[in-house]
Design a binder for this molecule. Sequence first.
Ligand code: RUB
Length: 323
Amino acid sequence: DQPVVDPAVTATADDIAAMRIRGAATIADAAAAALATQAERSDAATPAAFERDLRASARELYETRPTAVSLPNALRYVLRGTEGDTVSALQSSTVESAETFRAELEQAQSKLGDIGANRLRDGDIVMTHCHSTDALACIEAALESGTAVEAIVKETRPRKQGHITAQRLRELGVPVTLIVDNAARRYLDETDHVLVGADSIAADGSVINKIGTSGLAVNARERGVPVMVAAQTIKLHPDTMTGQTVAIEMREETEVLSADERTAIDGNADGMPPLRVENPAFDVTPPRYVDAIVTERGQFPPESIVTLMRELFGETTAEPWDG
Ligand code: RUB
């Protein structure tokens, strides 16, 4: 018997893979919603068939992008809440589990925002990289409490998520200066905080986020600008507690170089092997370049994040979709 995965799940998986749905928290939210849809629309004849289909759906969502641990953490949360002896009991518990997860995600982000906002002072200039909803929650909370800030927004090649950040900040009334990534060091002289999100946080306090974050953090340290990482606890990567490293996604070269550009470069280089293009989507910032990790449970120096991880995860177990 082949598992039955609802087309809505496949559509969400495609959207995540193609980055129409992107950013760690947004991906987690969409994955939980997709599992709820899978459960709701299931016409499985037996509880075993229902669980098989749900696990297959989780696996399809899981296999889209490897770096943001919020995705497996979301799937694990929803699947752990799936219980009952009948298909209908399994359906309702799965939907409820997904709804609880999504509500907690939203609450955690807003709580994190309040905590992060405490680090910002009236008139501060914040430099951002990529587009992070957790990072923006800190700015939004600051504005709500009457703290005015300005932003220097890095474009973030190759996908230019900085444009989304610029748009959101302007909707909030924040004055924005958009710069190319290469201009970051020059503008650090005017910056009071570097504020970024995270796709995963490792047990040693390393921050895995959009490619370019590590260089920005090193430059910020050299300039004496504090680096603040806004990351809900769903970004904490349980497997890193046993020494595993976080997989860095490599994306298509066409994000960096069009077919025409490739032809122009390769055109006259007779006998040379084709130009190699590499496009890693994320990098690892060592903990020593990070001043604070802001979560909904408070802010932590990166070196102490492992304590929170032990409290939250205890002993790590096998993935439910492997069952
Ligand atoms: C997005 C990215 C974001 C984190 C955090 O990368 O690196 O900084 O995911 O975002 P991509 P959030 O655009 O490749 O998905 O705070 O919204 O979870």
